[in-house]
Design a protein. Sequence first.
Length: 514
Amino acid sequence: MSPVTLRPGATPLADWRAVYRGATPALDPGCAAAVAASAEAVERILAGGEPVYGINTGFGKLASVRIENQDLERLQRNIVLSHAAGVGEPMPTPVVRLMMALKLASLAQGASGIRPPTLALLQAMLERGVVPLVPAQGSVGASGDLAPLAHMAAVMIGVGEALVGGERLPAAQALARAGLAPVVLGPKEGLALLNGTQFSTAYALAGLFEAERLFAAGLVTGALSTDAARGSDAPFDPRIHALRPHRGQIETAGALRALLGGSAIRDSHRAGDSRVQDPYCLRCQPQVMGACLDLLRQAGHTLHIEANSVSDNPLVFAAEGEALSGGNFHAEPVAFAADMIALALCEIGSLAERRIAMLVDPALSGLPAFLCPHPGLNSGFMIPQVTAAALVSENKQRAYPASVDSIPTSANQEDHVSMAAHGARRLLAMAENAFAVIGIEWLAAAQGCDFHAPLKTSPPLEAARALLRAAVPHLDEDRHFHPDLQAAIGLVRRGALAEAAAGVALPDVAGDAR
């Protein structure tokens, strides 16, 4: 994968997606002057002798405690050590790398007082594959993602653990393995590394990028289920959607029309079909999936802004020689975006599960019970539908908004927090559940279409069926189901299902956020 050049303040979502998927980021060298000016401003502020939060004072509730010049390096080291108080399982490597890249680009805007050598170490760690081991729990999403970012910063000073080439090592050894040395943090640098929303934003972006794949896959399986149930494409007529012109709804209807275009199964029942209307899970796909698309795009717009922002405190304005305390570390925008993504993930899976339930019910689908040729002796798709129902219910419980919660911290100095961190962290697990639901639907819809042979569905949907059938044969009688599920889910997770239907231009979830 080609390297990605991060342009501080102007990096498109496509580049953040590439970093998440494995590309190596490097800073645009044009940012060097702003970084140097910011560091020089910190030196001038110190020379002025006035107390400035985080530079020569304590932190949080201890902001009124003045720190003498001889203790400033120790102050920055202490904040890293004391704040590295996370718990739980380590963050996934792709999310850690994305968090590091977000922090790198934020610091490089020249408003954080970071010195060039410190910034260079963070970039070198990304280039040489030094991945800090960061416990995933411990941030409330305000005053910055302090605990997880402290674990990242700890590795930079030679404390904690990191992965290098997949091997878990003490931080100092990990740096040495990569030909790097720990840094001694100067004034303001520890706080600049710890303060900010990069943990929450990285997880939220990861959730968005997985939701993109899920949305596209759900359109394909939804269209395939429509044909398996011999459903109508009339609800996708553009005249309907022109009268309710939500952009996502219009684009979703267009994609469904294109996916079903040329289907012999659909043509076989255009005339003489006694059914008047399909169930909502088929008929209302443009309305439900389109609303999810609009929601994901709004979340993408918010996260694009956040990824290109400076969110630590205080902020250094080099031209004026000032450091101003504010609240850019409060992750409320990220919390709202994460809640929106959670709702979309939940609804995409919920609608798909209803289509699975319809397909296995002969009264609704007209297909053999539980999609097997000899029901009774065989249970067919009975329990995969139950599994899908279980996963959807789990996602419903997880979809409760995190942003409406707040617990005061730091002796009530930080009295309202966003809870963006766990609001964003839940998204990957929710996406995994939804991928599984879509994988089950793919299996069921392909099985349903098999019963219409020799009639075929449309060319793009036949391509999707062929991809699945290369890994999972038609179910003639009961067999060990788990390998079939794993094969289908793996293909959905990798984005292969949407790629198989590449002849159809599916809506771009994050395309607007440049």
